[in-house]
Write a protein that binds this ligand. Structure first.
Ligand code: FES
Length: 122
């Protein structure tokens, strides 16, 4: 089971969602199901409007490390993914802080998701 805690100015307080196996999907789909208003447009990794900041909680190694090719490109173009940060993700299994909610597949781990409510702004 994954505890996904959402934090953003459009929420009165942080909201924790319990995403169970087989019911996880993307972070954007988990947010939508919980009525968390993370901005989005294309839902396909191309516009960058669903930019979020993810912090892995707990002591276990992070699991949601893999970035899709579209996520890599869009984050890079928007200045949110440096070559060094990408190398750390791909070589050292250190996930980058900034992600796209429509591309991020929720894993069995606890995370904090921060968003501003402004499209493309973390
Ligand atoms: Fe466009 Fe996620 S909604 S990149």
């Amino acid at each position: 089971m994954a505890n996904v805690t959402f934090s953003g100015p459009t929420l009165d307080k942080d909201v924790t969602v319990y995403a169970v196996a087989g019911d996880r999907g993307t972070l954007l789909s988990v947010a939508k199901a919980a009525n968390i208003a993370i901005p989005f447009q294309c839902q396909d990794g191309e516009c960058g409007s669903c930019l979020i900041k993810v912090t892995h909680l707990g002591k276990n190694a992070p699991k949601a490390i893999h970035l899709t090719d579209k996520e890599k490109l869009t984050l890079s173009v928007n200045g949110k993914l440096s070559k060094e940060t990408l190398a750390k993700a791909e070589v050292e299994d250190m996930p980058p802080a900034y992600r796209l909610a429509c591309q991020y597949l929720v894993q069995d781990e606890d995370i904090l998701v921060e968003f501003t409510g402004e499209p493309g702004v973390e």
